[in-house]
Design a protein. Structure first.
Length: 182
C-alpha cells in the first residue's frame, strides 16, 4: 500500500513538472485494438443533420472515449466518458501500469471529475456506492485536474465531468496509458 502511494506521489510530481504534457494531451492508445479518432463537440451546432456534431454522453450507459477538441458543459450538467483498462498479468504478479485522466478547464474552479467502476454505478442492496477516485488540482495550475491509477484487474472505468457553477464551462479531457483503450 505504501509503495503504491509512494509511486502515485512521484508520478504526480513528475507530471506537474513536465510542461510538455500540458501542451498537447494525447489520446490513449491500445495494444490490441486502435482507439477511434475523437471528434469535436460544440453546443451551438446547427440542427441541420448534415452538420450536426457528435454529442457527449449525459448518462454512463452512452459513454465513449474522450473527444480531441474542447467541449462545453452547461451549468449544473454532467458529461460521461468510458475507457477500458487491461491488466497484463502475463508474467504472473505483474505490477499494474497506470492510467492517467487529465482535465484542462478554461476557467478555474468550474469543473470536477470522478472515476467510477461499472460495479460502483450499479444500485443494489441498499448500499451507497462511491467513486474510486476524483480529479485533484495540479500544483500551480488549479484549472488542471489529474487522476492517476491502476489495478490488478481488467475493467471498464467511467469518468463523469461535472459543472458545479451557474455558467457554461469549456474543458479538454485526455485519458492515457499503455493499457488504456476505448
Amino acid at each position: 500500500m505504501f509503495a503504491r502511494l509512494h509511486k502515485l506521489v512521484i508520478m504526480l510530481v513528475m507530471v506537474s513538472l513536465t510542461s510538455v504534457s500540458l501542451v498537447a494531451p494525447v489520446a490513449a492508445y491500445a495494444k490490441s485494438k486502435p482507439a477511434t479518432v475523437p471528434q469535436s463537440v460544440t453546443t451551438d451546432a446547427p440542427k441541420d443533420a448534415s452538420t450536426e456534431q457528435p454529442k457527449v454522453a449525459t448518462k454512463p450507459e452512452k459513454a465513449k472515449g474522450p473527444l480531441a477538441d474542447s467541449v462545453v458543459v452547461e451549468s449544473h450538467k454532467s458529461h460521461w466518458y468510458k475507457f477500458h483498462y487491461h491488466y497484463n498479468n502475463s508474467d504472473n504478479h505483474s505490477e499494474p501500469t497506470e492510467a492517467m485522466v487529465k482535465l484542462t478547464g478554461e476557467a478555474m474552479g468550474c469543473l470536477t471529475f470522478q472515476i467510477w467502476t461499472a460495479g460502483g454505478l450499479q444500485l443494489g442492496n441498499g448500499q451507497k456506492h462511491k467513486a474510486i477516485g476524483a480529479g485533484s488540482p495540479m500544483q500551480d495550475q488549479s484549472s488542471v485536474l489529474l487522476w492517476v491509477g491502476g489495478a490488478a484487474a481488467t475493467e471498464d472505468y467511467y469518468v463523469v465531468v461535472k459543472n458545479k457553477t451557474t455558467a457554461a464551462c469549456a474543458y479538454q479531457l485526455s485519458i492515457t496509458g499503455p493499457d488504456v483503450s476505448y
